[in-house]
Design a protein around this ligand. Structure first.
Ligand SMILES: CC(=O)SCCNC(=O)CCNC(=O)[C@H](O)C(C)(C)COP(=O)(O)OP(=O)(O)OC[C@H]1O[C@@H](n2cnc3c(N)ncnc32)[C@H](O)[C@@H]1OP(=O)(O)O
Ligand SMILES: CC(=O)C(=O)O
Length: 529
């Protein structure tokens, strides 16, 4: 890796990320995230605000017992309070107590904040910056200086904003990080101001952006183009208000689209999606389906013409190869599909010998369109679409015949729980199966009865679980006569697959989706034999 092309990645998921509404990391989660970030290859991990709370301080102690490959742990805090000696300042003492190699302090660049928030004088603020940097340097720390509101401060008074950086440099700061704290800047402003700071100071320049104008990643990229060598951000971009610069996108863009490198081992880029998912899990957040690079939809192609293009030349509709960031290409089936979408599904099913222009492909498309007009959607119900293909190709067989079911929901008294029970009669290979299932609701009960009935004949069904269940009402204006669409996700612990059913009766729609789900699994098993 050429030193001059290296951009240092400073992760603040555990500090600025924790300032996001709805996010709190447990002490154990903080350690898990830090270890994962280290394996991923970031350079700095900001573990918390040293003076803020015992949990953040406990993290700094606990992480010392872990062996990290290369990441440095940074403790975060502010410049000393106004009119307090730095040696007597509690926040600065907490930074030293954290006992990290790196201390990151934020100081004020904007006169508005100096006079109206700190309620101090411009000169005292400069002294606070210089004293705190110097004191931390004297105590052997690498000092990263976060110039809070730097761009807003610069717009208000360029002279004062630059003097605040000079104070940090006099104090010995190792890196000047320009912060767009309110997230209001445009990329061109970031480029111009970063260029000016880079040319003026012989110190490394970094960037810290927020996403209030949806420009945090673009702003960080522009800052790097202007010479910043250090980017601060959060995995998945959550953080105060609208969030921080999303490091997932920054790391991918830097590695794949510039001559810069940023991960200790660039091969780690392939773990980007799992890193993103891991952080969301630890932060108790859902994955963002539409997230750039790592979302489920990031490489999902729906429009027929796009699928046609991707099948011919993958980069005709993909800005980077999905596998480069650990993601997968997905082909969706819908009313916008053409023959190319169907071909992809045929290939997935191992049916490689059917021509794109064949009558079978046209017939599959015709059937799919008819079904969609009737309320079916196949985007999330790939397995039902594959069953439909089998039916059109006359390769479908029924593994069982339904003789009948009855579903009952009973509530015996105001405070008694609702009990759901289903009885089911099937004919399986000429033998009669009669089972009863109980469940949390009527569909769960029916699902239980179906699995009990089949597992004697098809043992693999034992492992199939109902993973998700979604209901939509079609034509709601028709009130009770409205159709119901049920989409079910089933899982056998290894794979998940979606199926769909439509009926005026919710139980019947659910049954249809359950049957497709079970048949899909049984076909998969047959194919494996
Ligand atoms: C841009 C950023 O994201 S910076 C990080 C912001 N993060 C956080 O605030 C989360 C952690 N914070 C906390 O736990 C608490 O705010 C603490 C423990 C740090 C401080 O709590 P308190 O002492 O009760 O103060 P409070 O939060 O109400 O006010 C902040 C004080 O810090 C001062 N302050 C703010 N920025 C700075 C600075 N850069 N340098 C010195 N003092 C500062 C304010 O002037 C105010 O001082 P005052 O009490 O004399 O009026
Ligand atoms: C330092 C910081 O978090 C900010 O200015 O946004």
């Amino acid at each position: 890796m050429s030193a001059e092309n290296k951009v240092f990645i400073y992760d603040t998921t555990l500090r600025d990320g924790a300032q996001a509404e709805g996010v709190t990391f447990s002490p154990v989660a903080k350690i898990h995230v830090a270890k994962m970030l280290d394996s991923f290859g970031v350079d700095y991990i900001e573990g918390g605000f040293a003076a803020s709370n015992p949990k953040d301080m406990a993290f700094f102690k606990a992480i010392k017992n872990e062996t990290l490959k290369q990441a440095k742990i940074a403790a975060f805090g502010s410049t000393r309070r106004a009119n307090v000696k730095v040696e007597e300042d509690k926040g600065t003492a907490a930074l030293l107590e954290a006992d990290t190699d790196v201390c990151t302090i934020f100081g004020k660049s904007w006169l508005l904040h100096v006079t109206e928030v700190l309620k101090t004088t411009p000169e005292e603020n400069l002294a606070m910056i210089e004293d705190t940097c110097r004191y931390l340097k004297e105590n052997g720390k690498e000092v990263i200086y976060d110039a809070e509101h730097f761009f807003d401060g610069y717009k208000d008074s360029p002279d004062y904003a630059l003097r605040s950086l000079e104070a940090a440099v006099r104090g010995g700061a190792d890196c000047l990080v320009l912060c767009d704290t309110n997230g209001g800047c445009m990329p061109n402003e970031i480029f111009e101001v970063t260029t000016l700071v880079r040319d003026r100071f012989g110190v490394a320049v970094g960037i810290h952006t927020h996403n209030d104008s949806e420009t945090a990643v673009a702003n960080a990229m522009e800052s790097v183009r202007a010479g910043a060598v250090h980017v601060q951000g959060v995995i998945n971009g959550f953080g105060e208000r609208c969030g921080n610069c999303n490091l997932v996108s920054v790391v991918a863009n830097l590695n794949l689209k510039t001559d810069k490198t940023c991960l200790a081992d660039p091969a780690q880029l392939k773990s980007l999606k799992s890193v993103s998912q891991f952080v969301n899990e630890q932060a108790n957040l859902r994955d963002n389906q539409r997230a750039a690079f790592v979302g489920e939809s990031a490489f999902a192609h729906k429009a027929g013409m796009h699928v046609d293009g991707v099948r011919k030349v993958s980069h005709s509709f993909e800005h980077v190869p999905p596998e480069s960031v650990g993601n997968d290409r997905r082909i969706l089936i819908s009313e916008l599909s053409g023959a190319s979408n169907v071909m992809e599904k045929l290939i997935e099913m191992g049916l490689n010998n059917i021509d794109r222009k064949s009558p079978e492909v046209r017939e599959i498309l015709k059937m799919m369109e008819k079904q969609e007009r009737g309320g079916y959607v196949y985007e999330s119900a790939d397995a039902s679409f594959k069953m439909l293909i089998k039916k059109v190709l006359k390769e479908h067989k029924s593994f069982f015949e339904l003789e009948g079911f009855r579903v009952m929901v009973e509530k015996r008294g105001k405070n008694a729980p609702c009990v759901s029970e289903a009885t089911l009669k099937l004919n399986v290979n000429g033998k009669r199966a009669f089972t009863v299932g109980e469940g949390d609701g009527p569909v769960d009960a029916l699902n239980m009865a179906l699995r009990h009935a089949l597992q004697e004949f098809y043992p693999s069904i034992r492992h199939v679980q109902l993973a998700d269940y979604r209901v939509s009402i079609l034509d709601p204006e028709e009130a009770t006569a409205a159709k119901t669409r049920v989409v079910i996700e089933s899982s056998d612990g290894e794979n998940t697959w979606g199926t769909v059913g439509v009926s005026e009766n919710i139980i019947e729609a659910s049954w249809e989706a359950l049957v497709d789900g079970v048949e899909y699994k049984l076909f998969l098993n047959e194919d494996k034999k």
